[in-house]
Ligand binder design. Structure first.
Ligand code: HEC
Length: 186
């Protein structure tokens, strides 16, 4: 069989198989989204934004733990969470990225820290189910952003000094998250 005919035959075989498989597969919706997700996973610009989130997350969380360990001695001291909210606001104003300290327990100190409807709420749900990070690419006008949420578990006994509601939380389970919006640069 000549090569082109062979290729056509093979293509139609694959197409038929795909159609047959498709008609048996339950919901067809989401296929387009999955295709986009696969494409994004391979996009080096998205990968760079993911790396940026991993780096920021490591630095912020390490610093929050160090501050809590060395500077917070009783419940009247300035909590690292509060200090870092001020830092996050300053960083946001300078236009580097946006980052929020978000609650996952439903019982935060401040309602400002409740997850916002949409990505944050969906992400918190997945973090509570055991994921350590959830992310999503969004397009606003001609700009692309990576939204990402990373889990915060109860990392040390001292957290409970102020957050009594963390006492009975299973070890390793998320009680909060850092929620990021990082520009994707081509
Ligand atoms: C000295 C008291 C204190 C300690 C210790 C403390 N926090 Fe907080 N935390 C606060 C306060 C107060 C807020 C609210 C800050 C605001 O919104 O201005 C807060 C906010 C938070 C939030 C956002 C949700 C909410 O409750 O509003 C998370 C998540 C959080 N803290 C996690 C932790 C973790 C994890 C630790 C241990 C590393 C910890 N905190 C230690 C006092 C504390």
């Amino acid at each position: 069989m000549p090569k082109t005919i062979k290729r056509i035959a093979l293509t139609s075989l694959i197409l038929t198989a795909a159609v047959v498989a498709g008609s048996f597969a339950a919901p067809k919706t989401g296929t387009a989204n999955e295709a986009i997700a696969v494409e994004e996973a391979r996009d080096p610009a998205v990968e760079r934004a993911r790396r940026e989130v991993r780096m920021l997350d490591d630095i912020y969380k390490t610093a929050i733990v160090l501050v809590t360990e060395h500077y917070v001695h009783d419940d009247t001291d300035l909590p690292a969470g509060r200090a870092f909210k001020a830092l996050f606001e300053a960083v946001g104003k300078k236009g580097w990225h946006e980052v929020r300290l978000v609650d996952a327990t439903g019982n935060p100190y401040s309602d400002q820290n409740l997850p916002k409807a949409g990505f944050e709420k969906d992400a918190i749900k997945q973090l509570l189910e055991g994921k350590s990070v959830v992310d999503k690419v969004v397009v606003e006008g001609d700009k692309k952003f990576l939204l990402a949420a990373t889990a915060i578990p109860v990392v040390m006994e001292k957290c409970i000094m102020c957050h009594e509601n963390y006492r009975d939380v299973a070890k390793g389970k998320a009680i909060g998250a850092l929620s990021y919006k990082v520009p994707i640069q081509d």
